[in-house]
Design a protein around this ligand. Structure first.
Ligand code: PMP
Length: 292
């Protein structure tokens, strides 16, 4: 069966899912998106993803051409058309077709599409052995320039960092902000564990307010950990008991080496494993249910 893409209010075959070269999403990265996951016929935290999409669009003064309720149905419709119970969903809204200038007012109709595909899982070794990551020269976008809280189609900051991580021979990058404080990785938030305390940077240092991040913070509190949003440097990471990353695609990934310093025992830690176990219990429960 050829896969179906939801494009501007209807389902089309993948081969027909094309957009114009004059679309400002392509010409200027002018647009917003979400990466969402479904687990066993339940779209995990769909409402939270739609809220974040609408918030990013609001700041960009980009009108999403659909209500949240209709969009929720469109996501489910796309999953059903592709007969997917466990999926990765990419929801994109671009400014639409304009002229070659920047002016968004020339773009009369935003473009909306939804892709639902099999989830491409991260290599098992990432979870079993843990990741090696490194801080990179590129700093995270300054919040007064392009606030990392906006999930926009302009991911070049993250892509540069990813290239630098690859050049350094590690799996992922840590981006610092312009003051040297830890922000996040290229597509994941970062946490450290010290005893019964778990810390992660606050949004104002320049991060995407991750949905997995909020879920993990909640689980950790319920398990009796003290959870802090704290501003910290690399030193706190180097000397932590454990470090892990969170994201929709990655879920929770242990980190065992940063800038060549071993973290804790050098193996995925017990708190990271406990949080992963609790997170996995939750994913088939919280979200919007659908039947194929
Ligand atoms: N930071 C960045 C830069 C991201 O792109 C993402 C999402 N891929 C995250 C953090 C994690 O956010 P979420 O848990 O909502 O997927």
């Amino acid at each position: 069966m050829s896969s179906k893409i939801f494009l501007n209010n209807r389902l089309v075959d993948k081969a027909d899912a094309t957009i114009s070269v004059f679309d400002h999403g392509l010409l200027y990265g002018d647009g917003v998106f979400e990466g969402i996951r479904s687990y066993g016929g339940l779209v995990f935290k769909l409402r939270e993803h739609l809220d974040r999409l609408f918030e990013s669009a609001h700041t960009l003064m980009l009108e999403i051409p659909m209500t949240k309720e209709r969009l929720e149905k469109a996501v489910v419709q796309t999953l059903k058309a592709n007969r997917l119970k466990d999926a990765y969903i990419r929801l994109v809204v671009t400014r639409g077709v304009g002229d070659l200038g920047l002016d968004p007012r020339k773009c009369r109709q935003p473009m909306l599409f939804i892709i639902a595909d099999e989830i491409m899982l991260y290599p098992r070794a990432y979870y079993e052995k843990g990741l090696q990551i490194a801080t990179v020269p590129t700093v995270r976008n300054h919040p007064e320039a392009l606030n990392p809280q906006l999930k926009t189609l302009n991911y070049l900051n993250n892509i540069l960092a990813k290239i630098e991580a690859t050049n350094a021979g590690v799996d992922e990058a840590i981006l610092l902000n312009s003051q040297g404080y830890v922000t996040e990785c290229t597509g994941e938030n970062i946490f450290y564990v010290r005893g019964k305390c778990i810390a992660t940077p606050p949004p104002y240092v320049g991060i995407l307010r991750g949905i997995t991040r909020s879920v993990v913070m909640r689980i950790a509190k319920e398990l009796g950990f003290s959870v802090e949003e704290d501003v910290f440097t690399r030193h706190e990471l180097y000397t932590a008991d454990e470090v892990f990353l969170t994201g929709t695609a990655a879920e929770i990934v242990p980190v065992v080496k940063i800038d060549n310093r071993q973290i804790g025992s050098g193996k995925p830690g017990k708190t990271t494993r406990l949080l992963t176990k609790e997170f996995k219990k939750l994913t088939p429960k919280e979200g919007v249910k659908y039947d194929l």
